[in-house]
Ligand binder design. Sequence first.
Ligand code: PMP
Length: 410
Amino acid sequence: MTDIAIAADTRDLFSKFDPLIAEREALLATGVRDPFSIVMDEVKSPTLAVIRGKETILLGTYNYMGMTFDPDVIAAGKKALDEFGAGTTGSRVLNGTYQGHAEVETALREFYGTSGAMVFSTGYQANLGVISTLAGKGDYVVLDADSHASIYDGCFLGDADIVRFRHNSVEDLDKRLGRLPPQALKLVVLEGVYSMLGDVAPLPAMIAAVRKHPNCMILVDEAHGMGFFGEHGRGVYEEQGVEADVDFVVGTFSKSVGTVGGFCVSNHPKFEILRLVCRPYVFTASLPPSVVATAATSIRKLMHAGDKRAHLWKNSRRLHQGLTDLGFTLGTKTPQSAIIAVILNDQAQAVAIWQTLLELGLYVNMARPPATPAGTFLLRCSLCADHSDEQVEQIIGMFAIAGKATGATG
Ligand code: PMP
């Protein structure tokens, strides 16, 4: 730190951020709260927290199945903390594989019905690791233009050539694959649910398009599909009946599973070799024992969570209908997932509604470019199976007030 005044014209490596700093300062000067520095002072349940002394309904957590406070999950974490300590202090390939890491991989193999499962420290690292290790220089990664940052970063780390197709366009995917050299090796990366607008991929049609072209493997990111879609909660690829056609599924423990971590599952006979060659797996510390214990317990419970899935669908449909009736523009015309995105005109309007909702006692996620598609500003709502019917009605009531107060709805 230095207290020497920095001359206005001084250029250094931070200079490229000057436009963003100026934009933020201008926004905060209008007196709004900073949407990206919220502190949860207390968290009472998957759906309730205290923010600056106010009890607040949580509607932007991706805690779809409410597993963060499941008593069995918490008990498993406490037991592992007592028995195995606070952390592993080591890589999975050295001293960082404990009985709990093996156990959570067994739970994943059972949950997904696959022969292989590999756990990473986050879902970001799972995409980074798997994509960069599978697709290197001279290979192609063919991805949806709206793919998550971790998918793009996996391509950069591996130095593969990136080919983007238009979001959820089967025709564009087919066309772009058709232009690539037939002998080249390609990894096609799809997501079950796209997290910005909450829309679902038409996987059977996309996979049929891929299968017309030689030398393609398919990876589906089910970060937002796991727990909620399909009879066993495996994801959109299960719900849409294409399990046999997908080579790799990547997922996270930070949404439906309710803790932190990432994974990849596969039936490929050579899958295990990735453990030795995947840099984001090898060169980082493994998850703490308490985390893998909570994840394993949660995953096993999610196998039998049909009732929770049904309630989450009910909540998602009700909120979608309620916000549509109020006149908001949503990311999808019909409810497709537990993510319901409210599309707004600009940053000022988005922040105004976001802040009004917070003052009323409702937290939603704000998203802005470059994370959002087509330069949109979004209020992203994600429902939880633990939201009660009354809470969903309260949420709709708060949107009604905020929409009117800010002029966003009539
Ligand atoms: N993939 C997708 C589609 C995601 O939305 C996210 C998280 N937002 C991730 C991967 C990364 O997951 P994690 O939080 O475990 O790093």
